[in-house]
Design a protein around this ligand. Structure first.
Ligand SMILES: [Zn+2]
Length: 220
């Protein structure tokens, strides 16, 4: 989801690194080139994950493109593997405590964690990783900067834990129908967002199953 477009960041100078170039729109790419020109050009293009709304313009900037792995350091940015929203998702941490968070944490709304590969358990682990870092500012892939990272991370954790508590409560009361579980646990969701909520629920069910906490007689 692009919301109101993907945020592109330039980091450092002589040359700078471009984080998540986003769309391949010519005007957008020209704006990146112009801004990078004032910083001594583009040395490197860094990606937070492989989704098209973050990567489409990457190969058009004439610099090496890297989607790095855990523990690597590029352009002075430390790489933290943060799977969940995407399996290959990473965050970049600067020495002055800025976190470029891609889609792990968004400036607006909640991030999507699609089911598959126990993604929600990975996502919760990724949030915990960030909570263990000293971060003063989160620069997300979409939406405005997050100036109170600890509060936002706690909110993200609590939101998923709230759904899990409610899901476990409904299961505990004997509910086994997926449609009923969705209606009960995601009862605050506008109807047009229910397909997304159904995906979120599958990710939750997968996590519970991985933890041995899912009843076996759940209806398909
Ligand atoms: Zn994404």
């Amino acid at each position: 989801m692009t919301l109101e477009g993907t945020n592109t960041y330039l980091y450092g100078s002589d040359p700078c690194a471009v984080i998540d170039p986003g769309s391949d729109d010519q005007d957008h790419l020209e704006a990146i080139r112009a801004a990078a020109g004032e910083r001594g050009g583009i040395g490197l293009v860094l990606l937070t994950h492989s989704h098209g709304d973050h990567t489409a313009g990457a190969d058009l900037l004439g610099a090496e493109v890297i989607l790095p792995g855990e523990g690597e350091v590029h352009a002075g940015l430390r790489v933290l593997a943060t799977p969940g929203h995407a399996e290959d998702h990473v965050c970049f941490l600067s020495n002055d405590r800025v976190c470029f968070s891609g889609d792990l944490v968004l400036g607006l709304g909640s991030t999507i964690v699609p089911p598959g590969g126990n993604s929600l358990a990975a996502f919760m682990g990724s949030l915990a990783l960030l909570q263990a870092e000293e971060i003063e500012l989160i620069a997300p892939g979409h939406g405005p900067w997050i100036t109170d990272p600890a509060a936002k991370l706690a909110e993200y954790v609590e939101h998923r834990q709230m759904r899990e508590r409610r899901l476990l409560a409904a299961l505990g009361e004997g509910e086994r129908s997926r449609a009923q579980l969705l209606a009960t646990v995601w009862d605050d969701i506008p109807i047009e967002l229910l397909p997304m909520a159904a995906m979120a629920m599958e990710a939750h069910l997968e996590k519970l199953e991985g933890e041995g906490r899912l009843p076996e007689d759940l209806e398909p």
